[in-house]
Design a protein around this ligand. Structure first.
Ligand SMILES: [Zn+2]
Length: 283
């Protein structure tokens, strides 16, 4: 702020200020700040769906032959991005499937190493080791096999290499049902690896004739819901296996997010808790 003086002094100071230079400097500072924010947004892996696609219309409920799905020996493959995704999004459904006698394969695209953080903030090799073990331990609860594709956490691409790796695992396992993320209808805030793993799975499915149904989770356009009310307490137990993510216990914020999602899905079919899917018949 200019010091008050007499009128002649004030006008002299004002004349000395180069207003156009000052404006230019301001514009540069603003542009640098905006660029920095854009850079930060693309550096970190969370993505905001700024223009969410509205739910398909009409969008009738679909039954992916659920009697068959929950019957002994049915082969179900889950494609996920990070260790803890299956428990976070599907803990109830996978518990019900394993109790019904399904054979489950989990294809895990990354090891959840958080290697995109600067090295002083994380030990990627240790994260990789711990998180793989946690996912293997959680999968044992469903008697599921886990295959890791070891793609970089936070930087997953839906490129030919990843598509081919997923296709290879699906062809070897011959599932009838594939559960994957839903890139066209994601929640408002979504990890980019989730989107990429869903895209890669959809591309891989074009040449997997064993697959009859694709069931997309983490979707805002569900047309089928699995009632998980009976196994709800198991979901928290399963998440606790991922100690590195939830420091031994899922935080109350994480649990309230999971709970309100499950309650909203439950409301759709008149039960207490459910997990929603956008299902499409392929075969
Ligand atoms: Zn994830």
């Amino acid at each position: 702020m200019l010091a008050r003086g007499n009128d002649c002094e004030d006008s002299l100071v004002l004349e000395l200020v180069d207003w156009s230079e000052l404006l230019k400097l301001g514009a540069w500072v603003f542009a640098a700040g905006a660029l920095g924010l854009v850079g930060l947004y693309f550096y970190q892996p969370q993505r905001i769906d700024f223009f969410p696609k509205s739910t398909p219309d009409p969008h009738p409920p679909v039954d992916p032959d659920s009697e068959h799905l929950f019957s002994p020996g049915i082969r179900v493959a889950v494609v996920a991005a990070h260790p803890d995704d299956p428990e976070f999004y599907l803990g109830g459904t996978l518990t019900e499937l394993s109790r019904a006698g399904a054979k489950i394969l989990i294809v895990m695209c990354t090891d959840g190493d958080k290697g995109y953080y600067p090295r002083f903030m994380t030990d990627a090799a240790e994260n990789r080791r711990v998180r793989q073990l946690e996912q293997i331990e959680a999968a044992a609860e469903y008697s599921a096999e886990v295959v890791f594709l070891h793609e970089p956490d936070g930087r997953l691409k839906s490129d030919a290499k990843v598509i081919e790796a997923i296709r290879h695992e699906l062809e070897a396992f011959q599932p009838e049902y594939v559960l994957c993320f839903d890139p066209p209808y994601p929640p408002r805030l979504q990890h980019s690896d989730h989107l990429r793993s869903g895209e890669a799975t959809e591309a891989a499915l074009t040449s997997c004739p064993s697959v009859k149904w694709v069931m997309r989770y983490s979707t805002h356009a569900a047309n089928y819901f699995v009632d998980i009310s009976k196994v709800w307490p198991r979901k928290a137990e399963l998440l606790k296996i991922h100690k590195s993510q939830f420091t031994g216990e899922p935080s109350s914020m994480v649990m309230s997010i999971i709970r309100s999602r499950a309650e909203a899905d439950g409301k759709a079919i008149g039960v207490q808790f459910a997990e929603g899917f956008r299902c499409t018949r392929l075969g």
